[in-house]
Write a protein that binds this ligand. Structure first.
Ligand SMILES: [Fe+2]
Ligand SMILES: [Fe+2]
Length: 475
């Protein structure tokens, strides 16, 4: 069960060869996926041999194999965590029933919607990142970008497998549509707005993998609790890959900060003009990028009050983060939760039924988790002996979804007039000039062991390889 059959066209641990219809359907989808990868995947990378990890089992010890692979030959496969005997639906009105091995008819439409929404984000991020390879700060970083990209491709496979296996014809149509929508496409965009924003530079990429891939982690954690067992098992395995994406983000931002602090100390200045003239990214600009990515990403959790969230939970389809570790009744009827609203020019807390506030519950768990990394970034600045501190903005800042959409709230949580907001926006969110400056630093560095001027080298290489290892062979 746990080892992967690589002689098959589609590596898998789900006994695909025993289900000929499904196997044929996926083998028909595969060339479409590859042609999508060719058109929308990492630009100009088809001939590179990249030091990638490939999933070869789902065992905790050693599920990955490392080696140089041509990316279009990467073995995108279907891997589910092993089945837990006797697993139950652990929350909602079906709590205590045996977990579903098939789609319950009454929940079919909602389940399909959940899977399609998750599936849509996976190829979207590959599309958002497709030009970044042209301006990589090092071979090491280029390899990490490609690793993230192939694994997002595999996550798409994970969702497409569920659609094909459990949803018949409309599942197959949804799987096709996942390759037809495109990030930022005016006519046929990706479902969630953050996945239509461009990722134009590497600071954006690190912020995206830190903040937005972490949204992925929380969504996957909530789906890993699902009463629909195949979804729980597939998302559990996706989470092992997701951890690396967030590492790329956290360490990436950390290295940008380290390099900036080094230059600030060398020049003994915090003058933005001088820091920029030295070719590194000033800390206030990093703060504005942080504000942007944080606020755009927390919108992904959806409206603070949502009847869909209540339905998904009640039906046992989508749980809370660490659902089974919580000590409550896992039904939540009659319980309340506090959400924010603007009233009389102030932010106020309102108690609402917890079931309707489950998006907010997940958002708050996410915020806690993401702030811990911001604190680790601050340690880098502190260690350099500099007084500047980064801060996650208030959760009401720059929101476009839910009750707070359009409210004028500063990063420190004050409600202000539209005019005041407009006059300060440049201090809070990346400006056209900021983005142009960051873009001006982006140049391609590919000599092994060399790094762009604006970023510090990593502490160690990938899979215990040296930092100057040839992670990408260009041929
Ligand atoms: Fe993913
Ligand atoms: Fe990811």
């Amino acid at each position: 069960m746990s080892s992967i059959n690589y002689s098959e066209k589609i590596p898998n641990n789900v006994n695909l060869s025993e289900d000929r219809t499904l196997q044929r359907a996926l083998e028909q989808w595969q060339p479409n996926f590859l042609s999508w990868w060719g058109d929308m995947g990492p630009e100009g990378s088809n001939n590179f041999d990249v030091y990638l990890r490939t999933a070869v089992s789902v065992d905790a010890d050693g599920w990955a194999q490392f080696g140089h692979v041509k990316m279009p030959d990467y073995r995108w496969g279907v891997f589910l965590n092993p089945k837990e005997e006797g697993r139950q639906v652990n929350f909602g009105e079906h709590k205590g029933e045996a977990a579903w091995q098939d789609v319950p008819g009454e929940h079919r439409a909602n389940l399909r919607r959940i899977i399609v929404t998750q599936g849509d984000t996976e190829p979207a991020s590959v599309e958002q990142q497709r030009h970044l390879g042209l301006t990589c700060p090092s071979q090491y970083d280029l390899r990490n970008l490609f690793q993230v990209n192939v694994e997002e491709g595999r996550h798409l496979w994970a969702m497409v497998y569920l659609l094909h296996k459990y949803f018949g014809r409309d599942g197959r149509e949804e799987a096709d549509a996942l390759l037809q929508r495109n990030s930022g496409d005016a006519d046929n965009p990706r479902i969630l707005q953050a996945f239509n924003e461009p990722t134009p530079d590497w600071l954006s990429f690190y912020m995206f993998t830190y903040f937005t891939d972490r949204d992925g982690k929380f969504q996957l954690c909530a789906l890993a609790e699902s009463g629909f067992d195949p979804l729980a098992r597939t998302t559990k395995f996706m989470l092992t890959e997701e951890a690396h994406h967030m590492f790329v983000g956290e360490s990436g931002v950390s290295r940008v900060i380290a390099r900036t602090c080094q230059v600030m100390n060398e020049l003994k200045t915090d003058d933005v003009t001088k820091i920029r003239a030295a070719g590194v990214i000033d800390l206030p600009t990093i703060q504005r990028y942080l504000n942007f990515h944080f606020s755009v990403t927390i919108d992904l959790f959806g409206a603070d009050e949502s009847s869909n969230a209540a339905i998904f939970y009640n039906s046992g389809l989508k749980g809370r983060y660490e659902e089974t570790k919580r000590g409550d009744d896992h039904r939540l009827q009659g319980q309340t939760y506090k959400v924010l609203a603007v009233q009389g020019g102030q932010l106020v807390e309102r108690e609402v039924p917890m079931l309707n506030a489950l998006n907010e519950v997940l958002r708050d768990d996410y915020i806690k988790d993401s702030i811990s990394g911001v604190n680790r970034w601050n340690k880098v600045i502190e260690k350099a002996g500099l007084p500047f501190r980064l801060q996650a903005p208030h959760k009401a800042f720059n929101r476009k979804i839910g009750t707070l959409a359009g409210a004028n709230v500063t990063p420190d949580g004050r409600v202000v007039s539209a005019a005041e907001w407009a006059s300060h926006e440049k201090a809070w969110l990346p400006t056209v000039e900021d983005r142009a400056f960051v873009a001006s630093l982006m140049g391609r560095v590919v000599e092994p062991g060399k790094f762009a001027n604006w970023i510090a080298p990593p502490v160690m290489g990938i899979n215990r390889q040296p930092v100057d290892f040839d992670y990408v062979r260009f041929n």
